[in-house]
Structures are given as structure tokens and as C-alpha cells.
Design a protein around this ligand. Sequence first.
Ligand SMILES: Nc1ncnc2c1ncn2[C@@H]1O[C@H](COP(=O)(O)OP(=O)(O)OP(=O)(O)O)[C@@H](O)[C@H]1O
Ligand SMILES: [Mg+2]
Length: 473
Amino acid sequence: MDEEQSRFIETFRTFIEEVLQSPRAFVEQRTPLGDVVAAFLRADIEAFPVISEDLAPHRLVDADIALDELAASGADTALDPPRVIGVGGGSQREHSTFAELLRNPHVQFMPAPVDYVSSATGPATERRTVSFGVRLLHLDGKPIAVLQRGPRDEYGRSSARLEILAAEPESAARLLTEVRRLMLERSVLRGQVLAFSGNEYGSGGAGADFLPRPVVSAEDVVLAPGILDDIVRHVVGIGEQRTTLRAAGQHLKRGVLLYGPPGSGKTLTVRHLLSSTPGTTAVLLTGTSIRFITHAADLARAMQPAIVVLEDVDLVAMERDMYDGPQPLLFAVLDALDGLDGDADVAFVLTTNRVEVLERALADRPGRVDLAVEIPLPDADARRRLFSLYARDLPLSEAAVTDAAEHADGVTGSFAKELMRRTVLLAAEEHRAPTDTDLADALEALLSTREQLTRRLLGAREDSHLPSQPGEE
Ligand SMILES: Nc1ncnc2c1ncn2[C@@H]1O[C@H](COP(=O)(O)OP(=O)(O)OP(=O)(O)O)[C@@H](O)[C@H]1O
Ligand SMILES: [Mg+2]
């Protein structure tokens, strides 16, 4: 190595050291993904503001539908076709904003296949939904880019999100307005029967599960004459007369409380109401999911006509909270009942078998429930009809069924149902069709002291038993 070479190497080493120590000159470096987006937007995207919108996880599919529709309606042969591109570059993308995906000195985010998830759109239907992708589309001829992503609890993101980038802020704002409108109009939740369930990651987001709409005819519900009609008129009838009622300045919001002993048909009545209101959005909250009441009420308002069912609402009256003291959830429920505008076409249906727990709270804040109906234990006539209903497919004589009903004072509909199952079982164990004797045997067994707890669990009154036989106490 001659001296010149050594000098050169020394100079080069100094140069490299200086390069390494100097601050980066091009911190805001556009990524390959950024190049694609900039080409579509035909502009220097670096200065654009981004508008973000967080969505409840179960609304991602609605946003997906809305954006697909907007992309299709904005397509024009004179313009670049709308499309969706995925984002490659590793898990860092989960921690990056849309702006960071487009210019980033550390990670070269690049176009890649789109990520999809399968989202339910009904009890038995699904849709392939973009869970991470950049949509390129036009609205009123203006190019817009939207980053669409689903929730990722493992990365601490419990909601879905849209981030909108356009040359003019007005275009981005207009797109968001259109998305919101279509999400409401086309929502997959509209007209469905939905159950809310919590998110197990504890992020507090509610997911909506689709349930098939029950099929329960009026004949399947055995109550004293007039009771079912009153309930149906209040819940369904007010909805059917909405135009006339509104024109007359009357409110449509209504609250019905069904109370009575366990197994007497409250839930069955609710199922009949859902069966009678096809096309009405129904939100069912039971037990712990009642904590989503505010969510459910908002959804009901947006999707009206709607029914919100709060099953076993007495459970919430027992809730305690470290900070708010007893019954915070009950107050949330009462607030939700009160919170909607009077002319919202929303029916709240509450059920309880412990009305005494609620009575005070409801009486203290009147006007939430405008119809309270007792669903009592069936009387002799209702019992006969119940026993006949559940015996209808069995080869039993009318006399035997009537006789059984008369001997089973104080029992409920669920008892009648269980009795017939046991009758069939007794015969099935001997490989033959059930007879009147099986019915009598099954009844005797169910009414025996041994089955006292069973009877209570089926909702029978404490003192329900067979009239004492000679030789018995
Ligand atoms: N009045 C009734 N008419 C017809 N069937 C009934 C009736 N009551 C109860 N049953 C039968 O018993 C089952 C249980 O009744 P249901 O779930 O409606 O009771 P519930 O009043 O809601 O009780 P709980 O207070 O325990 O929730 C019903 O699915 C139905 O098969
Ligand atoms: Mg019930």
C-alpha cells in the first residue's frame, strides 16, 4: 500500500464516520406503498391531512359494504379504476398510522396481497371483508385513498378504523359522510335479531351475534285470555300505527315489563313478539350482556323500528360497583329507557321473575315502563290447554291429559313440557308408544317429594303436589 492509498483510506474512513454520525437528511422518506398512493392521488401526499373514524368491531362489515358501493359508483372509464391494495412490511404496520405507512425512514412498506376476514352478515351468511388494506377510489371525480383495518386486540386496538386521505379536506369529509349514510342504510344489522356479547379481551367492545328469528305462533303461547293480545297490541300494534300516532303527536317509544314466576312463559312471549315483527331489528340482552344497554339503545335508535329485550333484568339490580355504589347498571338501564326521543319507534321489553327487586326503582322514575303485565302460574283452564298443547303429538286420550292437568295444581308451562318428555321416555325405555298409564306414572313421579327441587326449578309453586292418597300423610 503506498502512501497515497493509505491517505485515501484514512480520508474515506473519516468520511464514513461522519456519515454515520450526521443526522439523516431524508427522514420523511416515501415508501413504495406511498409511491402507489401518490400516483393514484396525482399529488404530493406529504402535506395531506388524514381524517380518521373509529368503528365498533361489528360495524367493519357495514363500512366495507359502504366503501365497495362508493368505489363502484365513483368508477369512470376516464379515471384510474378503483382497487384495494394490501400492505406488506411486517407487523410494524399494526403500530403505524396511514401517514407512517406512506412515508417511513425505517420500514419500506410496500403493496402486498390484501388481508381479509370473514364477517357474519346474518345467522347463516358471511362476507369477505377487508381487514387491512388501502382502498383507492373516486368520489365526484376526486381521487381518495382510505386505509381500512379491523380490530386487532393483540396489538391493543379494540376498534376498527378508517383513515381517509384526499387532496382536499372537503373530499375526505364528504366521503366520510357518505360512508356513514350507507353504513346506516345498508347495515347488515338492520332487520336482524341480534345478541350482544362481550369481547373476551376485556376491551369493552361489544360484538353482535346474529340469531335466527324465532317462530312461535300465538297458539303456542298459553296464557289467560286477553293477556297476549294486550302485550302484542302494545309492542307490535303501536309500531303498525306509527304514521297515525306520529301525525297525532303521540310518542312511539314504549316499555313493557313482563313479570311472574319462572317457567310461566315470559321468554316464550318475547319469542312470539320477535316472531310477529319480521323486519324489525331486535337486540337481545340477557344477564351480563345488559351492560351493553347504552350501545343497544343507540343501535335501536339508528335501526328503528326496533325492539330491545332485557331478559331477567332483576339481575342488574343486584350489581354493585366499587365507585358508583349499588345498582349502577340498573340506573344505566333506566337512563337508556329514558334517553331515546319519544318518537323513536323502539319498544323495550323487560322480563323478570323477581319484580319486587325492580318495582321501587321503576316507581321512583316513572314513565319508563308504560305496560306491566303479570304472567302468572296457569289456572286450571290454562293448565288444561298447556297439557293438551304439549301432548298434541302423543297418542294419549283427552281424558287422561285433562285428568293430569287437574291433578297438577300450581305447575307451569315448563312443567307441562317436561311431563310429556318423561311420558315419552318411560315408554321409549320399553320400546313402545306412550300410553295414558305412562302419563299418570310420569306425573306421579314428578309430583313426588323426591322431585321437589325439580319441580321448583320448573317453576311450580311450593305446595304443588298430588292430592294426598289414602295411607299418605
Ligand atoms: N304459557 C306458556 N305457554 C306455552 N308454553 C309455555 C308457557 N310457559 C312455559 N312454557 C314452556 O316452558 C318453557 C320455558 O318457559 P319460559 O322460558 O318462557 O319461562 P320464563 O317465564 O321466561 O321463565 P324465567 O323467569 O325462568 O325466565 C317454554 O319454552 C315453553 O316450552
Ligand atoms: Mg325467561
